[in-house]
Design a binder for this molecule. Structure first.
Ligand code: ADP
Length: 634
């Protein structure tokens, strides 16, 4: 007897949405129906394993077929099946919270164009109505009767007794919508389209997804006979590969297989610099693959670049770039995560706040960093490549976390330095420090060439103290965020306090300053507004002057900040100190100048120092005039 029943209100709303969907990603209906079929098989299989006397085991499979004449697509599983009551509660009402949540979200959204979110939800069975004008479900539980559900997705559905030629299972038949100008529903019946949709969304479903297709056999039965034209035969083809690479034990998967997978999946013809295959069990259960491309993705630096790992749940594809799975500083990492613990219908909002997601993300971050540390130790050449390509991102990780990630990331850093041409890491630097050396010294500037010209380096060279060279904009900011490493503070050699002076040296400087107080004051007066102080220095060997800054902001940092696109007019400034080398012949010549002369020299000294530090002179005309005046004096 046929009964007609009314859909629950919420179901009606969701159906209405599906039917009128302007959503371009209609193809996900197949993923949803296959996923339901797979769940039904899971349920049967579970019973077969736990209650084998009632539930005989069988060849589990999902069968797809099309009837081009009738314009139907059928998805059939031999899983648990549904009783009449189950059909009514499962298909007549919205059973799951995910769909309810989706509806609420959707209602909140004013802009109907933004239905892109459908793809992020497992909208389940009703998604069939995105492509079908009517849906028929015939289902039978083991030992029970078969029933037929039929609906055009509007007000109501029909339910009646039926026949099904399986001991249990469900057959869903979609009557495709009429083609429209913009949309060909016929395309879903094409063999290659079905095959590619299965590959794209359901490749790793653990049951075979099969389709009966005609194939023309090749070759000949009898080699001695001439080639015969054979009739096409119907063969049952399995469309999915069933076991995803990442679900296999890492021991079973070769490096080549991983690399091949990466190249295919992420469209790169180069093998990755690093591949990571994780199979995590215990409190947290997930499988993951992570790769670092040999070359940064071409759009990595653009604002439109989307970071993230693909997300699978129970091997079913959910989302392409789940950004919560990877921190910003590792945005170049590609890969995927599969965890049975994520419900398929999880929404973006739920993902963001999911503690599970957070834990997995942290775990993956740590594993990637560990693997990089291993690479740094065992495969220097590749690590150098890595650091050249992505080193700034690691520094950004330290900087942007205000040093919070220092313990995790500091050992990944390497820098060019004065003692050799090979980059050095902080641990080695500290190990090689001189006995009395108290700080990790660095020099910063626009380029290595400019850094190497810094007057402040002279003393360090003489004393054979190693100095790190910071030629990247982010460098100094990252070190500032770290503050110290193994309790050794970082010190810019151009900072006022970077001299390691003996008591005698200090005394000498004090005495000299007293003697030449008038000269120093004259120079200071002349440079008012440009420098904070003028002092004698023990930093210099061959150069007559340099500019130091008080601890904190350096000249280089000031320059970097000024260059930022969003720099404020009044960007913070470094506090400058002009340091004069009292042992330089130049000083000895000008020490006894008149007040007026001393003031003229002051500007020249300051400009000279700026040039040596790699900076431009702002008032070039004044510089030239001063220089000319001095030359003419001769
Ligand atoms: P979900 O699968 O996320 O729960 P659906 O709307 O897709 O939501 O399906 C609702 C319910 O209908 C399922 O939970 C399941 O109990 C039942 N169902 C759907 N498809 C099948 C099937 N092929 N075999 C057995 N039961 C099914």
């Amino acid at each position: 007897m046929k009964e007609t029943k009314i859909f629950q209100t919420e179901s009606k709303q969701l159906l209405d949405l599906m039917i009128n969907s302007i959503y371009s990603n209609k193809e996900i209906f197949l993923r949803e129906l296959i996923s339901n079929a797979s769940d039904a098989l899971d349920k049967y299989k579970f019973l077969a394993l736990t209650d084998s006397s009632h539930y005989p085991s069988k060849d589990y499979r999902i069968l797809l077929s099309v009837d081009k004449a009738k314009r139907t697509i059928t998805i059939e599983d031999n899983g648990i099946g549904m009783s009449k009551e189950e059909i009514e509660t499962n298909l007549g009402t919205i059973a799951k919270s995910g769909s309810k949540e989706f509806l609420e979200k959707y209602k909140e959204m004013k802009d109907a164009q933004d239905v892109g979110i459908i793809g992020q939800f497992g909208v389940g069975f009703y998604s069939a109505f995105m492509v079908a004008q009517s849906v028929e479900v015939i289902s039978k539980p083991l030992g029970g009767e078969a029933h037929r559900f039929y609906s055009e997705g509007k007000e109501s559905y029909d339910i009646e007794d039926a026949e099904l030629d399986m001991d249990s299972g469900t057959r869903i038949t979609l009557q495709l919508k009429e083609n429209t100008e913009g949309e060909s529903y016929d395309a879903y019946m094409e063999e290659y389209r079905i095959a590619s949709l299965v590959k794209k969304y359901s490749d790793y479903i653990r049951y075979p997804i099969q389709q009966d297709v005609y194939e023309t056999p090749e070759g000949n039965d009898d080699e001695n006979k001439p080639l015969e034209k054979k009739e096409p035969v119907l063969v049952r083809k399995t469309l999915n590969s069933m076991v995803p690479l990442w679900k296999k034990s890492p021991r079973e998967v070769t490096k080549e297989q991983l690399e091949e997978f990466y190249k295919n999946k992420f469209d790169d013809n180069e093998a990755p610099l690093l591949s990571l295959h994780l199979n995590v069990e215990g409190m947290l259960c997930y499988n993951a693959l992570a790769f670092i491309p040999a070359h940064p993705p071409y759009n990595l630096y653009s604002e439109n670049y989307e970071k993230g790992l693909a997300l699978y749940s129970k091997s079913i594809f959910i989302q392409d770039k789940c950004k919560d799975l990877i921190p910003d500083y590792l945005k170049f990492v590609k890969g995927l995560v599969d965890s049975d613990d994520f419900p398929l219908n999880i929404s973006r909002e739920m993902l963001q706040t999911s503690p599970l997601m957070k834990k997995i993300a942290e775990n993956i971050e740590n594993k990637i960093v560990d693997k990089l540390k291993g690479m740094k130790k065992d495969d220097k050449e590749n690590y150098e490549k890595f650091f050249k390509a992505y080193g700034d991102y690691i520094k950004f990780g330290i900087y942007s976390s205000y040093g919070f990630k220092k313990d995790l990331l500091a050992d990944l850093l390497t820098f060019p330095h004065s003692a050799s041409d090979e980059p050095i890491d902080l641990a080695t630097y500290v190990e090689n420090m001189q006995k009395k050396q108290e700080a990790i010294y660095y020099a910063s500037g626009k380029s290595l060439a400019e850094i190497k010209m810094l007057p402040q380096l002279e003393k360090f060279k003489k004393k054979e103290i190693d100095v790190l060279f910071l030629d990247k904009e982010i460098d100094e900011f990252a070190l500032m965020a770290m503050f110290n490493y193994k309790e050794k503070p970082f010190k810019n050699i151009a900072s006022e306090s970077a001299d390691e002076l003996s008591k005698e040296e200090k005394k000498e400087i004090e005495d000299l300053s007293a003697t030449h107080r008038r000269f120093l004051d004259n120079v200071k007066e002349a440079l008012k507004g440009r420098v904070d102080d003028v002092v004698f220095s023990a930093k210099l060997v061959d150069s007559p002057v340099c500019i130091s800054t008080k601890d904190g902001m350096s000249l280089n940092m000031e320059r970097v900040l000024e260059q930022q696109p969003n720099a404020q007019e009044e960007a913070p400034k470094a506090t400058r100190v002009l340091e004069i080398n009292p042992n330089h012949p130049l000083f000895q010549t000008i020490a006894d100048s008149s007040d007026e002369e001393a003031q003229k020299y002051a500007s020249l000294l300051y400009d000279e120092a700026l040039l040596l530090e790699g900076f431009d002179i702002s008032d070039k005309r004044a510089f030239v005039e001063n220089l000319n005046a001095l030359m003419m004096k001769k």
